[in-house]
Design a protein around this ligand. Structure first.
Ligand code: ATP
Ligand code: MG
Length: 308
């Protein structure tokens, strides 16, 4: 199968910068989008090059995780690899269809959860941001379109299974959202998952990947992935924060047997050749990076299926 295309968005109209998030990003509009429509706007996210000239992998991570989400059945923003005026990056299509507005998790939780504090302020222990409070808030929300018979809560539990599988430690309260219908009755619905840039060891150097692979230490690396964006005891050491896998298991338990059976079945029945195919189709990925990702996905899948 052909490699994923890298879309040249140099000529796309710049609509506005995105003020939320750590790094500079720009909303660009697909040519031919109808006037006044925003559902064909895409968020261009340039790759970060560190002060020591290390080109990180936010672009391929975004693309690969959106594809893996698709294999698992988790609704994810559409993502493409992209380049804008010679800057590499990715584009993520607006998850809000016309007639709907994005309401961030931080906004949703501040209107109903008493002990909640906004993650942006970096409160120690992230009070009030937990699967329990999120499920409480999602109780009045519909699931994303096309979720079959799953509820919003059951779908969100799937977001945490995806995070644990791909080692995404960054599911803070601005990295999930609901959609609010602009017209009456102003229905709420869980938005598709977005911002998976901090997954799959996107910022490792190949030398480090080589060491981890060569010494059989990928499992140890994976086990250090913690759910530190969710409520935890701030007095405890980093090591005692629940792992991403433990957080996913807890969320599944809380979401109920239907959610548990659904996501565990999806994970166990994945066709591994399709997972390998996603990696093979990603352009400019070093062999080491590809091997590291597949090893990590194998380990985390096993942990999710068998660790309890
Ligand atoms: N596909 C999308 N559809 C709609 N809104 C989006 C989409 N992707 C991102 N956003 C919005 O833009 C914000 C910033 O984007 P994103 O989270 O991808 O950037 P970031 O810089 O990686 O953020 P962080 O600070 O979490 O690292 C999000 O919090 C969300 O409000
Ligand atoms: Mg973000």
């Amino acid at each position: 199968m052909a490699e994923f295309e890298v879309r040249d968005v140099s000529a796309w109209e710049a609509v506005n910068p995105e003020p939320i998030g750590r790094d500079a990003k720009l909303w660009v509009r697909e040519p031919g989008a109808p006037l006044g429509s925003r559902e064909r706007d895409w968020l261009f996210k340039p790759v970060i090059v560190t002060a020591s000239c290390h080109r990180q992998g936010e672009d391929w991570t975004e693309k690969i995780v959106s594809e893996l989400g698709g294999l698992l059945g988790v609704p994810c923003a559409e993502v493409e690899l992209a380049v804008r005026r010679e800057v590499p990056g990715s584009i993520s299509r607006n998850v809000a269809p016309d007639g709907w507005h994005l309401v961030l998790g931080s906004v949703l939780l501040s209107t109903g959860i008493s002990n909640y504090q906004e993650g942006q302020l970096r409160p120690p222990g992230r009070p009030g941001h937990s699967p329990r409070t999120i499920f409480q808030a999602l109780g009045r929300c519909a699931p994303p379109a096309g979720s079959g018979r799953l509820t919003a809560v059951e779908v969100f539990a799937g977001y945490l299974v995806l995070d644990a599988w791909v080692a995404n430690q960054d599911r803070h309260d601005q990295n999930w959202a609901v959609l609010r219908q602009a017209a009456a009755p102003g229905e709420l619905r869980l938005a598709s998952s977005y911002d998976h840039a901090s997954s799959l060891g996107f910022n490792l150097l190949d030398a480090r990947r080589e060491t981890l692979l060569g010494s059989g230490a990928v499992a140890d690396w994976a086990a250090r992935g913690t759910a530190h964006r969710f409520e935890h005891d701030p007095g405890r050491s980093w090591r005692e924060i629940p792992t991403l896998v433990a957080a996913a298991h807890d969320a599944l338990e809380l979401a109920g047997q239907k959610a548990s059976c659904h996501w565990i079945e999806r994970l166990s029945s994945l066709k591994w050749a399709e997972v390998e195919n996603v990696i093979a189709r990603t352009p400019n990925l070093s062999d080491l990076t590809g091997s590291f990702i597949l090893e990590l996905l194998t380990i985390n899948r096993r942990r999710l299926l068998h660790e309890r």
